[in-house]
Design a protein around this ligand. Structure first.
Ligand SMILES: Nc1ncnc2c1ncn2[C@@H]1O[C@H](COP(=O)(O)OP(=O)(O)OP(=O)(O)O)[C@@H](O)[C@H]1O
Ligand SMILES: [Mg+2]
Length: 361
């Protein structure tokens, strides 16, 4: 394990509202490595925003420890123990190294694009000429040079978000927190913004914490994923592991929104081929990660076991350069042979889920 750039440990955030106690974040630990694009997904109210606001202490935790870049921002062992906090002046400086972007852009409407970005440099020690150059460079980076003198009201949602990104990058942050930054955008604009984030990650080495309720967005850019529910992280892992082997029901639901495999299963299951499955047939889902390509695999079933595979649906996603495939297939053949074929698939790291005709397997 290398040294995490963000280390949140045993974080609790409890809000007191009149007689009600809301435990928005419950004992969450999460370590984010430099260069990660760390996706945090969950439905509304799961505690995602509260958790990431803890990173720069916009939200002080009730207890836990917050260490960013090896510097302890906050530490309290329990709700009642003494609270150690970074000095306010230091915190202000450190916060500039943590950029944030939001769903509603939060631009200053009476200022131009240039002024909005320059605003983030008001406390910077750069000279005016350096500031001007910096703003120009940032607008080039987000491809908005031609809009420099326009006002937010003259821009599309995607352009506004790019202004917000330029502003968030003004002080050369090492970390960018994106809280539902694409949620108000259409799918095409969402993809453009995600592509920009990906570019910032790979070209500047920016560490990105990406909060969203859209698994599709996570799929495009993240290398790691955590799923939050009721203030807790219920599942986490590399993007590939989470997509290939989701364990929790909620994770499966989120993945379904990005792959539509359940929908495909429903549609294919209604077809007569599946409805009228014969005794020597079984309808299965094959899932695999990596090089196991469908064709040689399927061909070998026939060559080695005399089992034919009728592919009714196939979906291959390329995640982080690795393919993650799902095939809906009817296997037919002698029961013993199907069993052997199935064992062979399993030994090649292909996961088999029987969807119909389970008496054979
Ligand atoms: N300042 C606050 N005071 C009281 N309760 C709060 C406060 N901020 C958040 N909460 C509560 O904490 C819980 C988690 O809220 P949070 O905003 O972190 O969720 P979220 O996952 O970001 O949701 P969304 O997807 O809607 O943005 C919710 O029940 C919310 O009502
Ligand atoms: Mg939120």
């Amino acid at each position: 394990m290398t040294n995490p750039i963000i280390a949140l440990d045993n974080i609790n955030v409890t809000f007191h509202q009149k007689k009600r106690k809301i435990r928005a974040v419950k004992n969450v630990s999460v370590h984010i490595e430099k260069g990660d694009v760390y996706g945090i997904v969950g439905y509304s109210g799961a505690g995602k925003s509260t958790l990431v606001r803890v990173i720069n202490l916009l939200q002080e935790p009730t207890s836990g420890s917050v260490v960013v870049n090896n510097e302890t921002f906050f530490k309290a062992d329990s709700e009642n123990s003494p609270k150690n906090r970074i000095a306010t002046k230091d915190l202000r400086n450190r916060r500039r190294k943590i950029g944030m972007i939001f769903q509603h852009f939060n631009l200053l409407n009476e200022r131009t694009v240039t002024e909005n970005v320059a605003f983030a440099l008001q406390h910077s020690s750069l000279s005016q000429a350096q500031k001007d150059a910096k703003v120009k460079e940032l607008l080039e980076l987000v491809d908005l040079s031609d809009r420099a003198e326009q006002y937010p009201s003259q821009l599309s949602g995607g352009q506004k978000q790019r202004v917000a990104i330029a502003r968030a990058l003004a002080n050369d942050p090492e970390i960018l927190i994106s809280d539902e930054a694409t949620s108000a955008l259409d799918p095409k604009t969402t993809n453009q913004i995600l592509a920009l984030l990906k570019k910032l990650n790979s070209e500047l080495g920016l560490t990105i914490v990406l909060i969203t309720h859209e698994m599709q967005a996570v799929k495009e850019v993240a290398n790691k994923v955590a799923v939050m529910q009721d203030g807790e992280i219920i599942e986490r892992g590399s993007l590939l592991d989470i997509f290939a082997q989701p364990k929790e029901q909620l994770t499966k639901e989120f993945i379904e929104t990005a792959t539509n495999i359940d929908k495909a299963i429903e549609t294919i299951s209604a077809q007569s081929l599946v409805q009228q499955l014969s005794a020597n047939e079984v309808f299965v889902r094959l899932s695999y990660v990596g090089d196991t390509t469908d064709e040689p695999l399927i061909a070998s079933l026939f060559k080695e076991f005399n089992v034919t595979a009728n592919i009714l649906y196939g979906n291959i996603e390329v995640l982080q350069g690795t393919s993650v495939g799902s095939l809906l297939v009817i296997l037919s053949g002698n029961a013993e042979q199907i069993k052997s074929a199935s064992a062979s698939l399993t030994s090649h790291h292909v996961k088999i889920d029987v969807l119909k005709g389970g008496q054979i397997l």
